[in-house]
Design a protein around this ligand. Structure first.
Ligand SMILES: [Fe+2]
Length: 197
């Protein structure tokens, strides 16, 4: 019962995302399942997988403060619009801390760091390599894989094999090489079920 009560704010917050945009809601579910799939490949403990799941599920909750006209704008964004988008990881952490009273620092830092890149060229702070919490490095890979295989108003979907090759091509740049080094061995049927493709 205690565990269930702890999860109620999380359920409420996913409803907020769903209300904001169905695509963001579905994306969160797929990224959460995919993150756990990858986390198991790297022998995370059940405790780590649990916080990874909820961080991945809510990683884009900061987008609920951004107008859908910006997030789903077809074509390129202005610098001003990019600056708005880049606020969503820190807004997500703020929402989890203040509105939902989340105290688990793994979850908070995973949400804050999910757009950092392994080569230090990500945002919000340009952290490098292992300065980025491990769970955020996993969420980053799962986030990118779902984004690549999904159709969006501003882009068509990549085939799964091409998307996985892209993960490996970006090893050491956008992604942690250790996390994506065996991505071509991941079970395609399992990935297709998770990604709903
Ligand atoms: Fe994001």
């Amino acid at each position: 019962m205690t565990n269930l009560l702890r999860k109620i704010p999380v359920i409420g917050s996913t409803r907020n995302i769903k209300h904001h945009n169905e695509t963001t809601f579905t994306h969160g579910i797929k990224v959460a399942q995919l993150s756990v799939y990858i986390g198991k490949k790297h022998c995370l403990t059940s405790f780590e997988l649990n916080s990874l799941y909820f961080a991945a599920l809510l990683h884009d909750i900061g987008k609920t403060i951004i107008p859908p006209s910006v997030i789903f704008k077809p074509g390129s964004l202005t610098n001003f619009e990019w600056d708005i988008i880049k606020k969503h990881p820190s807004e997500g952490k703020r929402i989890l801390e203040t509105a939902l009273c989340v105290q688990n620092t793994d979850i908070l830092h995973s949400v804050l760091r999910h757009h950092e890149k392994y080569n230090g060229k990500g945002y919000p702070d340009g952290l490098l390599g292992e300065q980025i919490i491990y769970q955020a490095r996993i969420i980053s890979v799962a986030d990118a894989l779902d984004a690549m295989v999904s159709h969006r108003i501003y882009k068509s979907a990549f085939p799964l094999n091409k998307a996985i090759r892209e993960l490996i091509n970006c090893s050491g740049e956008q992604f942690d090489p250790y996390i994506v080094e065996k991505a071509d061995k991941w079970n395609k049927n399992s990935l297709r079920k998770i990604l709903m493709i």
